[in-house]
Structure formats: C-alpha cells, structure tokens
Design a protein around this ligand. Structure first.
Ligand SMILES: Nc1ncnc2c1ncn2[C@@H]1O[C@H](COP(=O)(O)OP(=O)(O)OP(=O)(O)O)[C@@H](O)[C@H]1O
Ligand SMILES: [Mg+2]
Length: 350
C-alpha cells in the first residue's frame, strides 16, 4: 500500500476528483467538448509528477537509510528476512529492517553485558585465587626473616610450607595459561593413534599413592577390551583422564571404587570415568565446567582444588570436536563421559 506507485495513484486520483468537482461546480466541464480527455490528462500528469517527486525525495531518503543499515545486516539467511528484503515497498522494507536492526543490537548489548560481568567475575576470581597462596608464602618468609630462621626445625618447616604454597601458585598460573591458550586456539592438537587402556594403566600407576590414601580402588570396566585404539592428542587426553580420575578420588568416598570404561561404537569410542561418591547436586551439574567453579568452596579448597580442572577438560575435548557430559545421583556417584574417534591399531611390538 505504501509503495510510491500506490501513493502517487492515490494522490493523482484525489487531485483529479477534486479538480473535476470544482470544474463541474463552476460549470466548466459541460462547456468543454472532450472533458474526459482533460480529466485523463490531469490524472496522468498529477500521478506521474507525484511519483517522480516521491521517488526523488522521500523514498530516496528511505533508500539511503536502508543503505546505511546494510553493513549491520545479518549474514545468515533468514526466511523471514528474505520475505521483506524482496519486497519493493520501501516503507515496509525499512520498517522491518529497522526492527531487525533493533533486535540485533539489543542481542549484542546483552551479549556485551554478559561478557562484562564475566570479565569482572573472572578478574575477581583470579586475583582471589592468586592472593591466597601468595599471601601464605609471604607470611612464612616474613616470619622467617623476623627470627624464626634461627631455629632450624622451624626454618625447615616454614620453608617447606612456603615452597608448597608457591608450587600451588605455579600450578594455578600454568592452568590459567593452558586455558587461555586453549581458548584462543594457540595449543595445536597432535593427533595420533594410541591405546587408551595403556595410557590409563600408566595414569592408574601414577595415582596409586593418592588413591591408596583414601582406600580407593581404580578399576577398568570388566567388559572393556584388552586394548582400544583412539585417534587423539595423547598428552592432552592423558590430562583429561588424569583430571577426571583425580576428581573421582578426591571427591569420591573413602574406600570407594573408580571405574574407567571404554566401549567401541562404530567409528568412535565412548569413554567414561565413574565413581561411587556422594555425587553432585542437580543445581551444580551444569556449572562445574566453569572456570573456578567449586561445588563446596571450603571442602574442595581443603583438598587443594582451584576449580580449573574440569574447565581444562572441557576445552581439550572441544579441541577434539567432542563434548563432556556428566550425570550424577546423590549418594550413588558421578559419571563423566566423552566420545573420541576410533584409531588405527598399531602393532607396538614390531
Ligand atoms: N567426581 C566428582 N564427584 C563429586 N564432585 C565433583 C567430582 N568432580 C568434580 N566435582 C566438583 O566439581 C568441582 C569442579 O571440579 P574441577 O576439577 O574443575 O576443580 P577442582 O578439582 O576443585 O580444582 P582443580 O581440578 O583445578 O585442582 C569440584 O570442586 C567438585 O566440587
Ligand atoms: Mg579437579
């Protein structure tokens, strides 16, 4: 309806009607021989000039506004968008374009607000996490300087504690660097085929002492085949499996069992780490992969966690085009699962 052609037709008809009424009123029409031609010419002239005027002024301005919006238009095809982009009515088009633009900008503002909150929280978390071990180490060094150094026993104990705090700080900084490198894609994955069972056996061995302290048994699923080749970055997947098993031992129950499973399903292998610990409440489940997120801040702090482990796990698996999932039942246990590509069997003896 608001197309310039329709508007011009409407104005043309209106002008012709008013003029013919006036001419009739002043008795001009009956006096003119071919008054119909006169009215037709009047209609064509007024419609034509109106159309040209509208196209050159108002609609030209609207087109300019539409062109200004062009760089901000969404790239992805949107059927609703196409519906009006094809319309020749400039007012309909610009109205839809403007509403689309407003929705898009609103979304961007919300996204930016979220990022800003995230950035603020992240900065607060990092400073807090860095401050704790740094403060502890600083305290020990100052106490030593203030005289505790003279007593050899006290000196050794304090130096050991300071070293422990600084080691923790080092792990934290390394974890943070790993996460940021994974996020910006700076760490390239080195894909190769390797036996996941063999890798996990080595990890079980490394974690034997920690598991023994809690009386935890580390086991393979009894149906798991004797070997299973996957195609992935061996070092990084080692990190994933270690993080998950360490968590299962740390947050599992005393004298519990941790079961590592892998099942070949078509072209992929489904891997899982399951414990029979106290489990994680539903409300925390989808947050545990966030940086610095700990379910029970005080409890996991006692156990030395900074809440970065699962975030690293998630990033590593994303770099493998995979996703980690978790399921948990209170007082029954927690299971983490992920899928990796099946690898080529390598004869390692040869
Ligand atoms: N198997 C599990 N059972 C119960 N809770 C768990 C389990 N695994 C993780 N969690 C909870 O999820 C939180 C986040 O785990 P994550 O590994 O990211 O951090 P962390 O272990 O506290 O620290 P980090 O791994 O950096 O040393 C933990 O603090 C813990 O509360
Ligand atoms: Mg952890």
């Amino acid at each position: 309806m608001t197309h310039p052609r329709n508007v011009a037709l409407f104005i043309g008809a209106f002008v012709t009607l008013v003029t013919s009424l006036l001419l009739y009123f002043f008795s001009v029409i009956p006096a003119v021989k071919h008054w119909q031609i006169l009215l037709l010419v009047l209609f064509i002239a007024s419609t034509g000039s109106c159309y040209i005027l509208l196209s050159m002024t108002l609609y030209k301005q609207l087109d300019d506004i539409s062109n200004l919006l062009r760089p901000y238009k969404k790239k992805e095809p949107n059927p609703e968008h196409n519906e009006y982009i094809n319309t020749t009515d400039p007012i309909v088009r610009i109205r839809k374009e403007l509403s689309d633009f407003a929705v898009q900008k609103q979304r961007e503002i919300e996204e930016l607000k979220k990022l800003e909150t995230f950035r603020r929280e992240f900065l607060a978390d990092v400073s807090h996490e860095l401050k704790t071990p740094l403060f502890a180490a600083q305290g020990f060094v100052h106490t030593l300087m203030e005289g505790a150094m003279d007593d050899i026993k006290v000196r050794d104990r304090f130096l050991q504690k300071a070293a422990y705090s600084l080691d923790g700080l080092n792990i934290l900084v390394e974890d943070l660097i790993t996460i940021s490198q994974l996020e910006i894609g700076e760490i390239k994955m080195h894909f190769q085929s390797f036996d996941i069972r063999k890798l996990t056996e080595d990890i079980f061995e490394q974690l034997e002492d920690a598991a023994e302290k809690r009386g935890t048994r580390l086991k393979f699923n009894k149906y798991a085949p004797k070997s299973c080749y996957i195609y992935a970055d061996k070092l990084r997947i080692g990190q994933v499996v270690t993080n998950l098993i360490v968590n299962a031992v740390k947050y599992g129950k005393d004298n519990g069992t941790v079961i590592f499973s892998y099942v070949i399903e078509g072209d992929s292998v489904l891997i899982s780490v399951k414990d029979d610990g106290p489990g994680i409440e539903e409300t925390h489940l989808n947050r545990i992969f966030e940086r610095f997120y700990r379910v029970e801040k005080s409890r996991s702090k006692d156990q030395g966690g900074s809440g970065l482990g699962l975030s690293i796990v998630k990033h590593i698996l994303e770099a493998h085009d995979s996703k980690i999932t978790v399921s948990s039942k209170i007082n029954e246990g927690t299971e983490f699962q992920f899928r990796l590509k099946k690898g080529k069997v390598i004869n390692e003896k040869g």
